[in-house]
Design a protein around this ligand. Structure first.
Ligand SMILES: [Zn+2]
Length: 483
């Protein structure tokens, strides 16, 4: 009761104790959105793709040899809140080590955590986006374990009552990987805090600890074991990344550790109902690494089965090594009992009202799946649809161009072709260029009306995207009218 930090309460979340809420705001989105250049290249290779699809399918079936893989994923998403989950420290990736810490996030005795309201808001947003049931009452629990970068000796998490559960995610596999729609179950979404980070010396003789990340809010998303291949798992991860970016709750950047996927893989003979021993894989820094790590692990386990050494598949954590393209043992996995969870005595229950959830629900943007279906209904190909909906900045640019009267297919061709190539080359995102949706629609109209040729149009685009200005201005300035 002594430590009550109450800066203001905007939304009707109530707590069953005297502890107040720490009101913070989301910082502007920091994400640098990359474009899906692979998809653009894939357009050219459309004909080749079909035969590759068949070959890939045959190869993977041959590799499975009567076995099937069961894959589930635990994803940690770091929230882009201004302050940490239970104290007023900020968190900025790459800050001077131990510069954004306080007695609370360092776990000093006598300090008390105070929940950041924005963490609850982000959790509800993500829960709704993943079609989950939202728990009107949930609570925090302590997960006990010792680790040098965990100063308190426990992690505040949610154990038996997560804030959201029983959801699903819809996605479309890329055409070059065989295509098709998939629906994967979401078991739960819960709130927790991050640990610090160990920095190992080059000689390996000592390690240093940076506690800046300790106490940073995370959402953990646990999937149902619904994936069967590396590509399905990678696309599931990519869809979560799109969703958190669309929602603005995280920059979803894998290199910075803002989005981390731990994958559980087991294999079993086709027809067997019980699961095989599952192995966890960590340390993957991209979706392509997730894909390759899983496919390697599936092959490794099937080989052990075939050689009569299935007992060598043990419950363990393995790391992916990008240089050798293999997984290797890191440690034997602790069971649930090792964590000795119990309810966090320093935090009240989180009680939500239907008004609060309705308000968040109304503020939700159009999500990737809804966008894909809308673009599909415009008659665009799945390749176009996936490219446009992959990045919400690109989707927004496309939508705005259509609002200015441009034809959907033509606008899409410009965005996926010349514009995407320019962005890739200059390492820019579409909202960082001088080109506006209005001028792109003017450019398309000028070609359509025969004022300029398509070839001249490409030259004008380069001017607009690098220097800005208007289509009319560039045509006059360079005297480009078609005779
Ligand atoms: Zn702190």
């Amino acid at each position: 009761m002594a430590l009550t930090l109450l800066r203001g309460m905007r939304t009707p979340i109530s707590f069953r104790s005297s502890t107040g809420l720490f009101f913070t705001v989301l910082r502007p989105r920091l994400a640098r959105f990359t474009t899906r250049a692979e998809s653009a290249q894939a357009t050219e290779a459309k004909a080749a793709a079909k035969s590759i699809q068949l070959a890939t399918k045959e190869a993977s079936e041959q590799k499975l040899q009567g076995f099937e893989a069961i894959i589930g994923i635990e994803t940690h998403v770091q929230l882009s809140t201004v302050t940490k989950a239970f104290c007023s420290c900020p968190y900025n990736y790459g800050s001077q080590p131990n510069s954004t810490i306080c007695p609370t996030c360092m776990g000093h005795p006598g300090t008390l955590p105070v929940l950041n309201e924005k963490v609850v808001e982000c959790a509800v947003k993500l829960g709704l986006a993943l079609n989950c049931e939202i728990s009107m009452t949930s609570k925090f629990d302590r997960k006990q374990y010792f680790y040098p970068d965990l100063p308190k000796g426990y992690q505040i998490s949610q154990f038996d009552i997560p804030i959201a559960k029983k959801g699903y995610v819809d996605l479309d596999l890329p055409v070059e990987f065989g295509g098709g729609h998939r629906k994967f179950g979401i078991t739960r979404v819960h709130m927790e805090e991050d640990a610090g980070k160990l920095l190992h010396s080059e000689s390996g003789s000592y390690s240093q600890v940076d506690l800046n990340r300790a106490g940073v809010p995370l959402l953990e998303i646990v999937s149902e074991p619904d994936m069967r291949t590396g590509i399905e798992a990678a696309e599931y991860g990519a869809e979560l990344q799109r969703i958190v970016r669309y929602l603005g709750v995280s920059n979803g950047n894998m290199q910075e550790g803002s989005l981390r996927c731990d994958v559980n893989v087991s294999v079993r003979p086709v027809g067997q109902s019980e699961f095989g021993t599952k192995v966890e894989i960590k340390n993957m820094n991209s979706f392509s690494e997730i894909n390759r790590a899983i496919d390697y692990e599936i092959s490794r386990q099937i080989l052990l089965h075939k050689e009569g050494q299935a007992d060598q598949i043990v419950q363990e954590t393995r790391l992916w090594d990008e240089s050798s393209q293999k997984t290797f043992t890191m440690r034997k996995k602790e069971g649930l009992a090792d964590y000795r969870y119990f309810p966090e005595p320093d935090l009240p229950e989180v009680v939500l009202t239907t008004d609060y959830i309705d308000e968040i629900s109304k503020s939700m943007p159009e999500l990737p799946e809804a966008k894909r279906r809308r673009y599909e209904n415009m008659g665009l190909s799945m390749q176009d649809v996936l490219f446009l909906a992959n990045d919400d900045n690109v989707a927004h640019f496309f939508d705005s161009t259509l609002e200015h009267g441009a034809d959907a297919k033509l606008a899409c061709n410009w965005i996926m072709g010349d514009i995407a190539a320019y962005l890739k080359n200059e390492k820019l995102s579409i909202d960082e260029t001088k080109l506006t949706p209005l001028e792109l629609s003017e450019l398309i109209a000028s070609i359509k009306n025969g004022i300029i040729s398509g070839k001249i149009g490409k030259e004008i685009l380069v001017e607009l995207i690098s220097k800005g200005g208007t289509v009319k201005g560039v045509i006059e300035e360079k005297d480009l009218v078609q005779v």
